[in-house]
Ligand binder design. Structure first.
Ligand code: NBP
Length: 481
């Protein structure tokens, strides 16, 4: 008998936790996994947690499909990439028109769009859903970014809305647009996460190397900052990471951990998407580059041997200035991330609602923060404009950018790399100036490639009569003399 409200395939870390979350919210979930032993483990877990009454476990795929109410909603939570395509092909013979596959892994949004387009003529719905919050979020309430077939979203809406994190009684789950919209927004979420983490690490560097603070002292500052405008999950966990002591040595754990950070690709995807659409996202790009530099430990050790240890003079910045610098960097980084989303929305015809996106990131996900509540309110008033010109944030930025400037200057003098913070400052300075320097670039491009330039009142695609290479060669003795 078909009694399950929803099906779920893929009982590794994320799928198991999501299935337990669904069962806990009172929905019946049918579960399946390629390797049967994972099903047994899951049933044992569900039994232990008193949730097995809401679980239908099936090792046979046909029985699994038959146990789900029609039109079927089937979550797949398998490894991103080829396994998703294999799973779609595996499921297709069993599905009927109107059924939907809801793919909740970390898929590249262009893959999601391709799968959506492939299934549409077959009248099989395809939802590409970004789920943020890791294992803990999947179990107790993640942020859920839905894209794909709108009709089938409504079939699964009640379940997905119920299992998401809640903020002030509102679910952190929303339908954002067709095709790859959900996975695109999740990708940019991760890009913003990269920026937040890198800027926090840079500020820690100033505290450690410029102010001579111990990890414990840094931890106390982050705990304090978590009570103010920077209040967020990442600031909170930074306090815990810095306070942790290694049991084996009794030393601060952070000082024993190697300064090499890995990455799985979503930061790179964000940076590529931004570049492809011509939207500057320098904070995300800086954060991705900083991780890549961090991974080249051997090269850094060799380069330090050549140049000598950085000449780290004691810096004059205060902790209050560091807090403001971090806030300013964060505003710029979010402004860039949301500008990328706004442009993608325009290019793909998604109508992505920026205020709603900020809302569903307020809880459940890694970048959750008080700041996002302010952002969603500001976007609700200000439309899809750059955050840097949305009135509430203009006031914050006017107050905070002098501190960012002071910290970046101190970094340059004190030889602290501030890849992300300095990128944010340069973006701000470029964005807020009416007169830049690209007039010279227009001239250069016309000189070597006849690309033309524009003069106000005289039109565009104008050309100058530049000296030829031969003429320049002839001028050389004159210049030299
Ligand atoms: P994994 O990414 O480790 O994938 C393991 C699951 O994929 C198992 O159920 C495995 O089945 C199944 N699978 C594979 Br591998 N190849 C398959 C195939 N060809 N056909 C059918 N099933 C196949 O699991 P995860 O860490 O739970 O992550 C799931 C998704 O969620 C990923 O896309 C991940 O990027 C995303 N995500 C993860 C996190 C996190 O914190 N871990 C957070 C947010 C999003 P088997 O048991 O038979 O091998």
């Amino acid at each position: 008998m078909s009694t399950a409200d929803i099906g779920l395939i893929g009982l590794a870390v994320m799928g198991s936790n999501l299935a337990l979350n669904i069962a806990e919210k009172g929905y019946t979930v049918a579960v399946h996994n390629r390797t049967a032993s994972r099903i047994d483990n899951f049933v044992a877990m569900a039994t232990e947690q008193g949730l097995v009454g809401n679980v239908i476990a099936k090792a046979d795929i046909a029985e699994f499909i038959a146990s789900i109410k029609r039109p079927r909603s089937i979550i797949i939570m398998v490894k991103a990439g080829a396994p998703v395509d294999e799973m779609i092909e595996h499921l297709l013979p069993y599905l009927e028109e109107g059924d939907a596959i809801i793919e909740c892994g970390n898929s590249l949004f262009t893959d999601t769009q391709r799968r959506f387009d492939y299934l549409k003529p077959k009248n099989i719905g395809y939802l590409g859903v970004g789920v943020s919050g890791g294992e803990e979020g999947a179990r107790h309430g993640p942020s859920i970014m839905v894209g794909g077939s709108e009709q089938q979203w409504h079939n699964a809406e009640a379940v997905l809305t119920a299992i998401a994190a809640q903020f002030n009684g509102e679910s952190c789950c929303a339908y954002l647009g067709e095709g790859g919209a959900g996975h695109f927004v999740k990708t940019i979420h991760n890009g913003i996460e990269y920026g937040d983490m890198q800027m926090i690490a840079e500020v820690y560097g100033v505290m450690r190397d410029g102010l001579g603070m111990s990890p414990g002292e840094c931890a106390d500052v982050f705990k304090e900052w978590n009570k103010g405008p920077l209040n967020s999950y990442l600031i909170e966990i930074t306090g815990h990471v810095l306070a942790a002591i290694d049991e084996q040595t009794g030393q601060p754990l952070v000082e024993l951990i190697l300064d090499k950070a890995g990455q799985k690709g979503t930061g790179v995807w964000s940076a590529i998407a931004a570049q492809q659409m011509g939207v500057p996202a320098t904070a995300i790009e800086g954060a991705v580059a900083a991780r890549s530099i961090s991974a080249r430990k051997d090269e850094r050790v060799a380069a330090e041997a050549i140049y000598g240890k950085p000449n780290r003079t004691k810096t004059e910045v205060t902790l209050a200035e560091l807090e403001q610098a971090l806030l300013a960097g964060k505003i710029v980084s979010y402004a860039q991330g949301f500008a990328v989303i706004a442009k993608a929305s325009e290019e793909n015809g998604w109508a992505l609602p920026l205020a709603t996106i900020a809302k569903i990131w307020r809880a459940g996900c890694i970048i959750r923060s008080r700041f996002l509540d302010q952002m969603s309110a500001a976007y609700a008033k200000g439309g899809n404009t750059n955050l840097l010109v949305v009135p509430d944030f203009v006031e914050l930025m006017k107050e905070a950018h002098p501190s960012l400037r002071k910290v970046v200057a101190a970094g340059a003098v004190g030889e602290f790399p501030l890849v992300c913070l300095s990128a944010a400052l340069s973006y701000f300075d470029s964005y807020r100036q009416a007169q830049g320097t690209a007039n010279l670039i227009q001239g250069q491009r016309d000189f070597f490639g006849a690309h033309g330039f524009e003069i106000e009142g005289r039109g565009s695609n104008l050309h100058a009569k530049w000296p030829s290479t031969l003429e320049i060669a002839a001028l050389k003795p004159v210049i030299g003399g």
